[in-house]
Each structure stands twice: as C-alpha cells, then as structure tokens.
Design a binder for this molecule. Structure first.
Ligand code: DO4
Ligand code: MG
Length: 298
C-alpha cells in the first residue's frame, strides 16, 4: 500500500491509501501533514483498513505529490561513490566533493517547499540558462515531525551540472528552480519495506523512440545510514509537518549526456514505485503550481 494525496474533480485534496487500482480516504484526516504529526505506530493504526472510507477507482482521481502544509524536501549529496566521481569530473573545485564524501557531516541542502513539488505525469524542469542538466534518481526518506522514518518515496533531484560545475557556491541555483523537484505520487510505509539499504534504483531516459540513457544502482552503495541523515537534519531544525529527504544519486550519466526538452525520464525503485516525467524548459510550464496553491488557500 501507498499513502497518497488525491483529489476528486472539483474537491479539495485529501489524504488516502492506495491499494491496487483504488484509493480510500483516511477517516478523520485530510492532509499528509496530519499523518506526519503521528508516530510511526500511530500512523500504522490510522491507516489500517478499518480506518478507511469507501474505495474509489484510481481512474476517477488525480494523485498529487505526497506532501503538503509546511512540508519540505531536502537532499543529501555525494553519498555514492559515483556521485563523488561525477562532481569531481565536472567541477572547478574537486576537493570539496572528495572531502564531503567521507566527512562526518554529510552534505544536506533544501530542495523545495511542498507547493513547488511536481509528481508523476507532470513535467520536470530544466533552467533556460543552463546548458547541461541531468536527472538524479534518489531514494527519498519520509520523516514525521519527531524525526522518525515512516516511509519511502522517489525523488528526482533534477540538477544543472554546468551551473554547479562552474562554482560550488552556485549549488542553490543548480538545484532549486521551477520543476526541479519531482516526487513519486505515493509513500510506501516503513513497515512494508524489509531493507531500505537493499533496493534497486533504475533510470531510463527516452528521446522520441530512442532510449538514450539507462543506468542502475543499489541503495547498498549508499555510504550513509538513513537515520543518521535524518538526525543531522533534525538536530538544528523543526519540521512541524514532516520532511522528505532525498538520499543522493548513485547514477550520473557521462559528461557527454545532457537532458533536452521532451525527454521522458523514468525512475523505478524496487518495493517503492515508479516516477515518470517529461522535460520542459524554463519557468512558464510550471506556472500551474503557484496557481493551484493560491486556489487551495483561497
Ligand atoms: O554536491 C552536490 C549535489 C550532490 C547531489 O545532489 C547528489 O549526490 O545527489
Ligand atoms: Mg542529488
């Protein structure tokens, strides 16, 4: 099962549980934030079959990114050897990546407020002023307000290699822009994932009829412990509506590959799900995010 945020035509979003081809609302709860106010044990009870409303066919609902309220997405970086190597290749400042890979303190950076996140079927963005962009397929950890891991989803940490490569101080601009953060539309609860450090991550990129890139890795290659990353994030910060932390990429295409408009990027993580989006360029294709946020808060 997956925890989801869904919308029936003409109605406000609500929290639910997807099982197979149906979604059932969670009784007495409307927002994902409310689910992330619960401990993992309370969450399991609150989303058990006897707490759910009538199932609705998936075909009749719109699934949204599984985050709302004051939820945020953060990312960890340089947590796989492949990421360290790729950054050192692209950057004018190689030693920062080499050092952070093995440092006690991980690299963590804020990626998106909840309202900025796109999901399955929506476009992902690349900047109009960046010449070299890649998807970053990452296992994302969902933590409740207490810093307890309650589930997992997929994040695409879409990134500009040219902007980051020019100067690491440009990382916020290389990482935070319209359409730059995509999440899968469901959260697999922690109690259903046997070993999050033994999942297969696959990335495939199609351009027209051609598959122009494929890559695979395992979360076994992630050098950090998931709870350690969450603990570092929560040490100086509160997340009253929970947080999603993407744990870094272990797949980076060679330097001669760059995303183009209309590329289709498909990510799959075993036991967690899939995330597929088409690339759009610039800010304008993402104007719908601000518009729907204003509408929801009217
Ligand atoms: O250091 C820059 C970002 C690294 C990153 O996003 C990753 O390793 O996934
Ligand atoms: Mg990343």
């Amino acid at each position: 099962m997956h925890l989801v945020r869904f919308q029936l035509p003409g109605q406000p979003p609500q929290a639910g549980v997807r099982t197979g081809d149906t979604v059932a609302p969670v009784r007495g709860i409307t927002r994902i934030a409310e689910l992330l106010h619960l401990t993992a044990e309370e969450l399991r009870t609150a989303t058990a079959p006897d707490q759910l409303g009538d199932p609705i066919p998936l075909s009749g609902v719109r699934l949204l990114a599984p985050l709302d309220g004051y939820g945020e997405v953060w990312c960890a970086g340089v947590t796989y050897e492949r990421s360290r190597g790729a950054r050192m290749e692209e950057s004018t400042e190689q030693s920062v990546y080499d050092r952070v890979y093995s440092a006690k303190r991980p690299e963590l950076f804020p990626k998106a407020a909840a309202w900025r996140v796109v999901t399955e079927g929506e476009p992902i963005g690349i900047r109009g002023d960046s010449g070299h962009d890649v998807p970053e397929p990452e296992l994302a950890v969902v933590a409740n307000r207490y810093g307890e891991i309650v589930g997992f989803t997929i994040c695409n940490d879409v990134s500009s290699r040219s902007i980051e490569g020019e100067n690491p101080l440009y990382i916020p601009q290389a990482k935070v822009f319209a359409g730059g953060c995509a999440l899968a539309n469901g959260i697999r609860p922690v109690w259903e994932v046997a070993d999050p450090k033994d999942l297969t991550i696959d990335l495939a990129i199609r351009r027209g009829d051609e598959e122009v890139f494929t890559g695979t890795t395992s979360t076994k290659n992630l050098v950090r412990e998931l709870q350690d990353l969450i603990d570092v994030l929560f040490f100086p910060n509160d997340f009253p509506d929970g947080v999603i932390l993407a744990t870094g990429t272990g797949i980076v295409p060679e330097l001669d590959f760059a995303l183009q408009a209309d590329d289709v990027v498909a990510i799959a993580i075993s036991e967690i799900g899939t995330l597929t989006n088409t690339v759009a360029v610039g800010r304008e294709p993402f104007a719908f995010l601000a518009a729907q946020t204003l509408e929801e808060n009217r």
